[in-house]
Design a binder for this molecule. Structure first.
Ligand SMILES: CC(C)(COP(=O)(O)OP(=O)(O)OC[C@H]1O[C@@H](n2cnc3c(N)ncnc32)[C@H](O)[C@@H]1OP(=O)(O)O)[C@@H](O)C(=O)NCCC(=O)NCCS
Length: 441
């Protein structure tokens, strides 16, 4: 771990000094104006956060430290005989800000293997929940149970110097990421495979081992997990899971508490839970139409029915993106290469043709195009991972890479407690009448 930590520390110290100088010179520059409507509408478009690991462009989609998903697929190290990027390499890129060499990714693989032990009380905590508990509830409960292992909490209680916060967060983040695949696989096998668990394989990479522990030995499923864990990892800082992890971490809640909070946000249907909703929606369409292969006309009618019932079309739309999500495209490309004739994948592609013009015609949907969740479920179903309630857990394991590498940066850059100003409508009304101020101190 020493080498990676040392490299990170050198980068973080240089960045912190640069930010200090920048703020000294430009700290009072205005970066925008806020309209009243933005305050009431989810703070869309208000720049108010710094997240170093990735940046979202409404047209180009996500870039991780400047690299697009196709570039990552080309430039990140791969598993032996594999062609998909290793998530270990993406973690290195997000943390250090440079593309990793193969040995950098290998170093992270072996570190995570070494630190992957999950204490028994965590399994006992999962087992204490009824088996029909949602897998995301089990997952978050397991993260909370793991919190007994927090270096940060222990060192803080012992009076750690604030200069060392980043160091303890670094250790917790590495431990947590190392352990999450085992926790996720345990939940899956408990809930859906008669409690028959599979031991980790110490020779496999992080995502390959996850596939193995879930019980899927097909090499192309391992490749899918590598791609899946890479593309779901980060989506800049304002999305619910990233922002929540960052916010809770700003109270110096340790990484276990912060990640659990963020993952509770990911479990919402407008965020990560949308991936289960997509497959559920398609399955219900098939059941209702009594056909496995609905025609485009039938899909059209079903979409309109969904909308008329006051529901959203899951997997479509985005708070920031205004184009087809490159993460959707990466998954579409995977399906084209591996199983272009899969019937569910065909439906997903037909839905892609039918939905955007309908959403566009509503006149209010800002982005009629598919997001990451519109495709992921169909790929998992192809490999017989059909238990769609579990899908968000896979998203969560991946998202931990982004939000935890950001949390290390947060503490290394000494970011303070986050505390935006809120107002009451009473105050707004008075301000509109010219009485009093709306802005905070
Ligand atoms: C992602 C999402 C929450 C973004 O929300 P947003 O930033 O408020 O989106 P918009 O500004 O385009 O919303 C404007 C209107 O269009 C509606 N809209 C947006 N996406 C829609 C969709 N997929 N189906 C139906 N209506 C949609 C909104 O519900 C809102 O309606 P309202 O004014 O009646 O409340 C939204 O697009 C959505 O609910 N999508 C489906 C769930 C999903 O796929 N989530 C995963 C995101 S990665």
């Amino acid at each position: 771990m020493g080498v990676l930590k040392d490299k990170f520390k050198a980068k973080a110290d240089a960045a912190a000094a640069e930010i200090r100088d920048m703020l000294k010179e430009h700290g009072n520059k205005k970066i925008g104006e806020v309209q009243l409507s933005q305050v009431y509408q989810g703070m869309r478009g208000i720049t108010g956060l710094v997240t170093e690991t990735s940046l979202l462009d409404s047209q180009d989609g996500i870039r991780f430290r400047g690299y697009s998903i196709p570039e990552l697929q080309q430039k990140l190290p791969k598993a032996k005989k594999g062609s998909e990027p290793l998530p270990e390499g993406l973690f290195y890129l997000m943390l250090i800000g440079e593309l990793p060499a193969e040995e950098d990714a290998g170093y992270i693989t072996s570190t995570w293997q070494r630190r992957s032990h999950v204490p028994n009380h965590v399994f006992a905590a999962i087992d204490a929940l009824p088996v029909n508990t949602h897998p995301m509830t089990m997952f978050v409960s397991a993260i909370m149970a793991l919190q007994t292992e927090s270096n940060f909490a222990k060192r803080y209680a012992e009076g750690m110097n604030k200069k060392d916060y980043w160091d303890a967060v670094f250790d917790d983040a590495m431990d947590l990421i190392a352990r999450l695949p085992r926790v996720a696989a345990y939940i899956y096998r408990r809930k859906y495979r008669n409690n028959q668990h599979i031991h980790p394989n110490g020779l496999l990479d992080w995502a390959g081992n996850l596939a193995h522990m879930l019980g899927f030995e097909d090499e192309s499923f391992k490749e899918l997990m590598r791609l899946y864990m890479t593309i779901h990892a980060d989506h800049e800082g304002g999305n619910v899971s990233a922002h929540t992890t960052h916010l809770v971490g700003s109270a110096l809640s340790d990484p276990y508490l912060s990640l659990a909070a963020g993952m509770n946000g990911l479990a919402g249907p407008l965020h990560g839970l949308a991936n289960q909703e997509v497959v559920k929606w398609i399955t219900e369409m098939q059941d209702e139409l009594k056909t496995k292969v609905p025609s485009k006309e039938q899909i059209d009618a079903y979409v309109r029915k969904t909308l008329s019932e006051g529901k959203v079309v899951p997997g479509y739309g985005h708070a920031v993106l205004r184009k087809t999500d490159p993460r959707f495209e990466a998954q579409m490309d995977f399906a084209k290469r591996h199983f272009p004739d899969d019937p569910l994948v065909q439906i997903v592609w037909n839905v892609y043709e039918v939905v955007p013009p309908i959403l566009q015609s509503l006149g209010k949907v800002k982005n009629p195009w598919p997001n990451v969740d519109a495709h992921s479920g169909a790929l998992l179903v192809h490999y017989n991972l059909k238990e769609y309630e579990f899908y968000t857990v896979l998203f969560a394991v991946s998202r931990a890479l982004g939000v935890l590498s950001s949390l290390i940066w947060d503490r290394a850059l000494g970011f303070p407690l986050e505390r935006p100003k809120s107002v009451t409508t009473e105050l707004v009304k008075n301000w509109l009448k010219g009485e009093g101020e709306i802005w905070g101190d």
